[in-house]
Design a protein around this ligand. Structure first.
Ligand SMILES: Nc1ncnc2c1ncn2[C@@H]1O[C@H](COP(=O)(O)OP(=O)(O)OP(=O)(O)O)[C@@H](O)[C@H]1O
Ligand SMILES: [Mg+2]
Length: 365
């Protein structure tokens, strides 16, 4: 139980067309993450699934049953919000038990389920406290507890970790992933944090302006983005976007930067581009596609030298900003690979992993 099918969903708020024809099929037990920039329609989509918004067009089906006209409480969906929405004058126990009691569960059943949820979340000792006597992370656990005590068909999360500090967010992220493995329920999780999306998802659904830009497994989107938008959204620091020209040199298709450097493509990439002809392109290179050049270059790697304008060590590695092809470019190198700001550095670029984007359509070639 818990397969979700959305077909051609549309939602307007007055003149704002917030969701523009979304179709999505999420199999039972999957962890799907809706991700995208602020205002792209993530919460609207989630609230529509829960029945908290009326949709204008399309169908929402759970286990092949269309629920468009079903009241939210009859849909059997549990939702965790960003602001927790705990009842301030109820104990943790009563907060978690609330949904069960509202559905007339027997007292013994309530007791058993609250105890099981509290144990799973490590909040057994907090059951008598009020929400204001809890830390942010503990409140978040209670909100999750309130959702998981119910035997819901679908679990929806709307940015549940955004109020927490970075360390707690990392911990809770791991806990939510573990919870998914234990419960095996279908979960749909909204975030605008691409790291959260990458680490949690079985499937990422990347939204832009109310439309699905691309969906698939995290590494599929990361390594084979369909558009420049997807390429730039996932990954940290972001992919470098360098204006270039695709030219036909003596050795086949080559990229030429605006500052004149030629970056030949590996044979297998080049042969796929032979039909393209000469054109402007955007060369997408992740910081991780750069390394400090060794004596001999690995296959598919191309050398380029530049000056380190800015150095940002993180401890495990160092981000170096330099100007390449006329634009600032961030490269990730080893912690000790660059000596000082202003120093010259020889990079090897892994051209086998380069992403080539059509600047007019934003489509990846
Ligand atoms: N109740 C509302 N009335 C009018 N417009 C709304 C309402 N709720 C959302 N919108 C608009 O619909 C669009 C999508 O909003 P939504 O809240 O779904 O975005 P989001 O992707 O969740 O963004 P965020 O990451 O900031 O939470 C936005 O343009 C927003 O301004
Ligand atoms: Mg939102």
């Amino acid at each position: 139980m818990g397969r979700l099918t959305l077909t051609d969903l549309h939602k307007h708020y007055g003149d704002t067309h917030a969701v523009k024809g979304v179709s999505l099929d999420i199999p039972e037990g999957e962890f799907a993450v809706l991700v995208g920039p602020s205002g792209c329609g993530k919460s609207t989509l989630l609230r529509s699934i829960a029945g908290l918004e009326n949709i204008d067009q399309g169908t929402i089906a759970i286990d092949d049953e269309v629920v468009n006209d079903m009241r939210p409480r009859d849909r059997n969906i549990a939702m965790v919000f960003q602001n927790y929405a705990l009842y301030p004058y109820m104990s943790v126990y009563d907060n978690i038990a609330f949904g069960l009691r509202a559905r007339n569960a027997a007292d013994s059943d309530v007791k058993r389920r609250v105890a099981a949820a509290a144990e799973m979340l490590g909040i057994e000792t907090l059951l008598d406290r009020l929400p204001r006597q809890l830390s942010g992370g503990q409140r978040q656990r209670v909100a999750i507890g309130r959702a998981i005590v119910r035997d819901a068909r679908l679990f929806l999360f709307d940015e549940p970790l955004s109020n927490l500090d970075a360390k707690l967010r990392d911990e809770m992220r791991a806990e939510i992933k573990r919870l998914h493995q234990e419960l095996g329920k279908t979960m749909i999780y909204v975030t605008h944090d691409q790291v959260e999306a990458m680490t949690l998802a079985d499937r990422i659904v990347l939204l832009k302006d109310g439309v699905i830009e691309q969906e698939g497994a995290p590494l599929e989107l990361f390594e084979r983005p369909a558009t420049g938008f997807v390429a730039g959204f996932l990954g940290s620091p972001s992919m470098n976007m360098i204006p270039a020209a695709l030219t036909n040199g003596a050795d086949g298709p080559t990229l030429r930067l605006q500052t004149g450097e030629a970056l030949p493509l590996p044979a297998e990439r080049a042969s796929a581009l032979r039909e393209e002809g000469e054109r402007e392109i955007t060369l997408g290179l992740r910081p991780q596609h750069f390394s400090r050049a060794a004596e001999t270059l690995a296959p598919g790697h191309v050398p380029i030298s530049s000056i380190a304008d800015l150095i940002q060590p993180t401890g495990t590695q160092t981000y170096v900003t330099s100007t390449i092809g006329g634009v600032p470019v961030i490269a990730e190198v080893g912690a000790h690979d660059v000596s000082a700001q202003g120093a010259s550095i020889d990079y090897a670029i892994d051209m086998a992993r380069a992403i080539l984007i059509d600047p007019e359509t934003d489509k990846v070639l």
